[in-house]
Ligand binder design. Structure first.
Ligand SMILES: *Cc1c(COP(=O)(O)O)cnc(C)c1O
Length: 344
């Protein structure tokens, strides 16, 4: 038979989805980004205009956009001052009849207090853009809620330039997720040979990852030293800076009980905004780039609701992130640490 199309392959997608599904013990669908995976969750949960979705304000706009694109309203919850994650107790005060989901973000790859969050009896979407391979009570982050989402953007731990994944932890959603991802068609069934022609059966979009990107991602995930290098760098910062930080009232990353971080960010919270600005300028002069992070979403121009998130407002101004990536050499890390220890 002369083929109709030039030969194409989805074998890297299949291999990579299989590998991640095995490692995370859940169903993984690769997507073009974490943003698109979040958008898929809003469609799968049938989010409608007027619905409310509870999430931290201290996150990336995609967390909110995904639900606002369906007409829902983000309800911003404050964060805990220790983990910088959504305050699991405050959530209860924000739940109304209109609440359709809760979206915890495992900030910096550090686990949210999932036990409490899962008890709310609402669909949970774990925005786990930072936390691949971090754990909570020996469970992988992203696999505890109804859905989890991952990011393989070039700023994240594992990357293929642009990419993401949707973790389907409740198998009931899988058939519809496969249709949504294929522009609303049952092409997946066709590819598996289960039907002879595929058609348009539901709402959908182009939420598939390119096979060439999956090939890159596969090698990234298989390179376990990406995570090992980050872990090493993370604890080296910790070991050298712990005493320095305690003396100056600087807060370093705080873990909750029974959790293991994904080593995405090494952050410091300085005592005042002035301290943060001063240290950042000093590090710059010493040739070290350090950065702040999320601007609170509730203070942005897009937000129309009033929100009460004093911890978010305070912490976001005092937070500084140090370089942490697998190409950071230990020699350069020592220079960073030296610069900080010499700062008075
Ligand atoms: C990076 C990030 C996203 C978006 O990821 P993309 O893969 O770039 O779409 C979403 N949420 C959080 C918390 C992020 O940090």
């Amino acid at each position: 038979m002369i083929p109709f199309n030039s030969p194409t392959t989805t074998k890297n997608i299949e291999k990579c989805e299989k590998l991640l599904s095995e490692l995370l013990e859940t169903k993984v669908l690769l997507t073009p980004s974490c943003t698109s995976a979040l958008e898929m969750t809003a469609l799968l949960l049938d989010i409608q205009p007027g619905d409310e979705v509870i999430m931290p304000s201290f996150t990336f706009p995609s967390t909110a956009n995904a639900f606002m694109l369906r007409g829902a309203m983000p309800v911003f919850c404050d964060i805990r001052p220790d983990t910088l994650n959504i305050d699991e107790v405050l959530i209860s005060k924000l739940i109304t009849k209109k609440t359709k989901a809760i979206v915890p973000v495992h900030y910096a790859g550090i686990a949210c207090e999932m036990d409490t969050i899962l008890n709310y009896d609402l669909p949970i979407v774990e925005d786990n853009a930072h936390g691949l391979f971090g754990t909570y009570q020996n469970k992988q982050l992203g696999t505890m809620g109804t859905f989890g989402t991952l990011s393989f953007h070039h700023t994240k731990n594992f990357s293929c330039g642009e990419g993401g994944a949707l973790l389907i932890n409740d198998p009931e959603y899988l058939p519809r997720a496969e249709v949504l991802r294929e522009k609303g068609t049952n092409r997946q069934l066709f590819l598996r040979g289960e039907i002879s022609k595929y058609t348009w059966i539901d709402l959908g979009s182009s939420y598939t990852m390119a096979d060439t990107l999956a090939w890159i991602l596969l090698s990234q995930i298989n390179t376990q030293n990406i995570q090992m290098t980050r872990r090493e760098l993370f604890w080296t910062y910790w070991d050298y800076l712990d005493t320095w930080a305690k003396v100056r009232g600087v807060q370093l990353p705080t873990l909750i009980k029974d959790s293991k971080p994904a080593y995405h960010i090494f952050w410091m919270v300085l005592p005042t905004i002035e301290d943060r600005i001063e240290l950042q300028l000093y590090l710059q002069k010493r040739g070290v780039q350090s950065t702040t992070h999320f601007e609170p979403l509730h203070l942005s121009r897009m937000n129309k609701q009033s929100s009460h998130c004093p911890v978010t407002e305070d912490i976001s101004q005092r937070l500084l992130r140090l370089p942490l990536h697998h190409s950071l050499s230990s020699v350069n890390q020592k220079k960073i640490i030296e610069a900080i220890l010499e700062y008075s």
